[in-house]
Design a protein. Structure first.
Length: 177
């Protein structure tokens, strides 16, 4: 049975390379996204690009044009809310890789210490998706303003259901931003 292609691209997926969060391999994620008919998939592991090579290999082995693969990572900062970072081209991918390498060099093995200044240094050519995951509103608004000043239209705000009972109000506030 052939499924109709969904006009949907999942941008916040973690693989088993995000320890204690993701469970599936990049190969399994690409296969399942194809089975579901997703238009695209971004494996955005936390502070790493480790799943990207396997994601690409799985797509090549499937010999199918879908899902479209989106390269990226979730950046977890020590001094700012997390965000998704999706490089627009090869040069931006190189800058993202360098930022993650710098963060790993200043941390213990298996960890990554990123600061917002790292993003400001290496952020050219990146699409950024700010994640409003329970961040205090005033601090989060200041964070968004700083991102918009530096990156302009390349910053987008993500909103998702958290199922805490206040989703309608919270989503309306985020929508107003």
């Amino acid at each position: 049975m052939t499924r109709k292609r969904a006009e949907y691209c999942e941008l916040q997926v973690t693989s088993h390379f995000t320890f204690l969060t993701g469970a599936s391999s990049p190969d399994e994620l690409v296969t399942r996204a194809g089975e579901l008919g997703l238009a695209g998939l971004a494996i955005t592991d936390h502070n790493t690009l480790a799943g990207i090579v396997r994601m690409h290999r799985a797509a090549l082995e499937s010999n199918k044009p879908e899902p479209r693969l989106v390269i990226g990572a979730r950046l977890d900062f020590v001094d700012a809310p997390s965000l998704l970072c999706l490089p627009e081209d090869r040069a931006a991918y190189g800058r993202l890789s360098q930022m993650l390498t710098d963060g790993k060099m200043r941390a213990k093995k298996g960890q990554c210490v990123l600061r917002l200044d790292d993003l400001f240094q290496y952020g050219d050519g990146q699409r950024l998706i700010a994640l409003a995951e329970g961040a205090p509103e005033d601090a989060f608004l200041d964070h968004l303003r700083a991102l918009k000043r530096r990156f302009g239209f390349r910053v987008t705000l993500a909103a998702q259901h958290l199922y805490r009972g206040d989703d309608a109000k919270r989503l309306a506030r985020l929508g107003a931003l």
